[in-house]
Write a protein of this length. Structure first.
Length: 148
């Protein structure tokens, strides 16, 4: 089993960053410890592979496409959220005004008025939610062109 006290020294040994006394200690240990010798061999292979790797920078067109896609996704999400909130508020206000005209001018009990108000707000919320879901699914439905 590899000696954990020598593991930090193996990369330093491989990169020639150790003092002469540390190099002597590591080499002596490597002669006695097969696990550390194998690990040093793995480090050598890893260093060789990473040494031959080169970073290829994407061109400007790739970066422009990437950022435009990110902004488009963010804009659409924010747009849908704001549209949904706006639609809910406007529909709720309109239906509340209608309910107010119908309810406050007559002698209907308060509990029924609250029920009508809750029903109005709930229906507006569900309407906007269903419309938003239908629009979203129509854009991403894989099976929309299949005849059933």
């Amino acid at each position: 089993m590899a000696d954990d006290s020598f593991k930090p020294l193996l990369m330093g040994y491989l990169d020639r960053e150790l003092s002469e006394s540390e190099v002597a200690r590591v080499e002596e240990h490597l002669r006695e410890c097969r696990d550390c010798s194998e690990e040093l061999g793995e480090f050598r292979r890893l260093k060789e592979v990473t040494h031959n790797m080169r970073l290829i920078m994407p061109n400007d067109k790739t970066w422009e496409d990437y950022w435009s896609h990110v902004y488009n996704r963010l804009e659409r999400r924010v747009g849908w959220v704001l549209t949904s909130i706006g639609a809910i508020l406007i529909l709720s206000y309109g239906l509340t005004m209608l309910a107010e005209e119908l309810l406050f001018r007559s002698g209907i009990p308060v509990i029924v008025r609250i029920g009508v108000l809750a029903l109005t707000v709930g229906l507006c919320t569900l309407l906007v939610s269903v419309l938003r879901e239908r629009i979203f699914l129509s854009k991403s439905d894989k099976y929309e062109r299949i005849k059933r």
